[in-house]
Write a protein of this length. Sequence first.
Length: 256
Amino acid sequence: MARGTLKLGANVSNVAFSKDGSELVVSDQQPRARIFTTEPLRLSEEIPFAAPVERAIFTGAEGRHVAVAGAVPQAQVAARALIKLLPAGDAPVTSLAVAADGTRFFAGNAKGRIVAWKLADLQPERAWDAHTDAVSELAITPNGQSLISGGRDKAIKIWNTADGMVVRTIPQSAAVASVHLSSDGLRVASTGEDGSVSVWEVASGLPLQTIAGHMPGPGTAVRWQADGVTLVTAARDQKMRVSKTSIVRKIGRAHV
């Protein structure tokens, strides 16, 4: 990916890469999802929606669909045409995640509840109260066995996707705005209201690196690049930043 800063005209609330890293989708609290190519870094497509979009991710085998969440209590899936509305409780949907094997789809809402669906028939599988405040973002380990959630209740939690039981809680110093897993599933990066960016070991929950004051204001999104070293972050100053993380210590394969 081309390194540098991409200036956007509104508050960025989420950034997500396509599976091959060739595109990224950006939501900015406007009724749209914007898709950019990464080489070169430029706008390639804009998908309109009826309500402001808080979160957007690529879905489908080839990333030809975009799932979005916003100020309405449904998740919307669009083909780059709306396929189906999926009810996700009695509060706006604030976060989305799709398992790498395409079998499950998760949504978190503004009341801290997480709902899981089977993608084969788009039927709900289970739902549980995960956080005491909004679920900011969700991420799934490559093996599909664990779900990571970041909440505005100052916590990152790791869940067993098979039964919805919590495996580990990682307390945070500020409300969490975004979490993202490295491609190997070993590390989770986070950012939040204090503007810092942190990297955590998934297997133990231990901190690996913290970049204090990385952004001049609250962070809104963080994403790993495929190299497992580069982080792309976004903040309320309408800018995205590309930075390198350091290797703090060698860690083994995650077993969560």
